[in-house]
Design a binder for this molecule. Sequence first.
Ligand code: B12
Ligand code: SF4
Length: 601
Amino acid sequence: MPIASAEAAKRPGAAGLRRFQLVLIKPSHYDDDGYVISWLRSPIPSNSLAAVYGLALDVADRKALGDDVSIEIEAIDETNARVRPERIIAAIRKAGDGMVMLIGVQTNQFPRALDLARQFRSAGIKTGIGGFHVSGTIAMLAERDKDVAAAEAIGVSLFAGEAEGRMEMLLADALADDLKPLYNFMNDLPGIENTPIPFLPAERVARTAGGLSSFDAGRGCPYQCSFCTIINVQGRKSRRRSPDDIERIIRENSKSGIYRYFITDDNFARNKDWEAIFDRMIALREEGLWISATIQVDTLCHKLPNFVEKAAKAGVRRVFIGLENINPDSLMGAKKKQNKITDYRTMLLAWKDHGVITYAGYIIGFPGDTRESVLRDIDVIMRELPVDILEFFYLTPLPGSEDHKTLALAKVPMEEDMNKYDLNHVCTAHPRMSPDEWQAAYLDAWRVYFSNAHIETVLRRNAAAGIEPKRLLFMQAWFRGAIEIEGIHPLECGVLRRKSRRDRRPGLKVENPILFYPRYWVETAVKLSRWAWLAATHLRIGRKITREGDAKMRAYTDVALDRSHADEEALLDMFKTEQAQSFIAQQAGIARATRGEKAAA
Ligand code: B12
Ligand code: SF4
């Protein structure tokens, strides 16, 4: 396809400068009605966008493409801003040259990315797509994925792998109108120490609720969970930024008053420099810099000496834990061997002791699951595990994972519409549940866990550990309301849903404004009143607890908090299933063998 701006690019501007307009877009995806999911404020910043922005900014600042080239960069996160292709096309044409990069495109965002790319390509604009869908499918599948092939066919440049150390080359190719159809760096994962830091302008960060920023301190995880795409894209070796890099990120953000971070490492406990990084964050806090962080870890993190203590001192206030399931057979089947259900309670209590709020991911749809078994397991968790927020996901064969590859090779039917791979839709058949039963189990799990009674229990457990209810109330309402009110997974749910009449999935009709707007306004008013009701309900529960006074709050205890179980494996329901008993017997066998080996040595 011809590049309309190519000739203009070769013409210097008035001051002899060649302008290059680089537009970075993190696409969102479509809801079930075909409208783009976007919010006035999105929940969490896109770290992929920040990472690529930082790399592009470095090329621009260094004038790496020549003193006469001025690279102007715009970053748009579609989850909190509307993408207007016609304006972007006009801006690039006005600049004389430029490129659109669709950033961090996950599988569920690929159809939307492709729809945007079509508009840019038909106007002759240079366009690139990168992120987990391109990288994951290229890493795992022998043939080109059909959506990726569709992008290739319209002249989009595909980027597989990571952009550190490659952005200058890519932009030089773009400037020379010499973009390749595919840049494949999957076999060459770069070191990320001392590379340009992830960064977004403050006005972009302000579009996330609470002005949250993000960075990845490291990439790669040593484990081998079969549903995970990360290890096949970012590898199993720990690659990481240095403590100096982290200090730079924190100092740079603090200049714009940003101090809250989502550290996006999938498993910060397996970042080989976790301790040095925490130590640096502790030193910065002691110097007076305020830092509040959320991290993601595995269920063994508490066994690393000092990990939990230093995390709390470094400003970690929330932690995401990949609990995934309490059935050892399911965990074993998914190769999540590192998750030992016998460790769960100790680990969760360790975080609670340090005032850290815990979120755990729970996957529904392992082969042994039925609606009854799921509900039984959730009931056991609610009674016996001191986890604060449990978030549910459908077991999904995400392209890039071993599960997806296995099903693809066995020619098992999987959902054709990539838009649905958001872990909030059924994407393949289950051996024991029909799609409707599976969906019912999933929705029931949310409903039961986020009931008023359990909201109160969780708040009481926290109050007993000295964690004020107000620290948790909002999060509980967010997770509950996302599913109950917005019908969207909490990790995608922001503040005040925006819908643009024209941003509808191609193939679905653009609605008449006379019907669309009144419906949207009524829908918004109803949702806002439901949110207000939910907030009031949660506040009422919180007030009920605080009104009882400190002594009573501190005195609360229950099975989940009780540390006096001499033999919890015999007492707790969590261990009373056949699978749990055989797991415990197997662990005891391993322990005996290890003791025997040590004695022999
Ligand atoms: C932080 C995070 C989130 C955050 C923010 C999203 C974001 N992208 O930053 C939140 C919580 C919002 C989120 C939500 C979801 N996430 Co998420 N998330 C992550 C996580 C942990 C880190 C992302 C990150 O910062 N990576 C580091 C960056 C630097 O890597 P990168 O994105 O690959 O980008 C590099 C290269 O790919 C390249 N690149 C990327 N784009 C482009 C474009 C061009 C043109 C070029 C040249 C280069 C380039 O350059 C970058 C720098 O090297 C990843 C796992 C992971 N390790 O990446 C999962 C991950 C991306 N998420 C995933 C999923 C499934 C989701 C959800 C659908 C699930 C859910 N319900 O929670 C939602 C979707 C909602 C949404 N709107 O994004 C999957 C995607 C798998 C797939 N095949 O699609 C991942 C891989 C985790 C997993 N379970 O396997 N997520
Ligand atoms: S522990 Fe998490 S990041 Fe590591 S392989 Fe398993 S799911 Fe992936």
